[in-house]
Write a protein that binds this ligand. Structure first.
Ligand SMILES: [Zn+2]
Length: 118
């Protein structure tokens, strides 16, 4: 939690480069999921876009034919919510939105992918 508070402080100070921002995302998520299990990558062509990938342990069972069962789906959804919660708590999520002037919209510029590992 201390790390998260520090990040929130840094964010209050204003503009961040994509690189720093992405490093902060990784830090914030690593505190909960473990450093090894978080990858934060910016898109090669659209630097504003960020791909957040989190690996969590798969429950001890076999899903049918490689498809995700209800249990695995639930874990995936809960993990995504947790990632979102951390991004909101740190206020990093507000830095991950862009304002589209013509459409008067604020859109998210990130994707959250959850990978279940054995
Ligand atoms: Zn399953």
């Amino acid at each position: 939690m201390i790390e998260i508070e520090k990040i929130a402080e840094i964010l209050k100070k204003g503009y961040l480069s994509y690189k720093t921002r992405n490093r902060l995302i990784k830090k914030a998520l690593a505190e909960h999921f473990g450093y090894r299990n978080v990858s934060v990558r910016r898109d090669k062509y659209i630097p504003v876009w960020v791909e957040i990938k989190v690996r969590v342990k798969k429950p001890d069972h076999k899903c049918l034919l490689g498809q995700q069962c209800e249990v695995c789906k639930k874990i995936t959804e809960e993990t995504k919510l947790k990632v979102q919660q951390i991004l909101d708590e740190t206020n990093l999520s507000s830095d991950l939105k862009v304002y589209l002037d013509k459409l008067k919209l604020r859109v998210h510029t990130y994707t959250i992918t959850v990978e279940l590992i054995d």
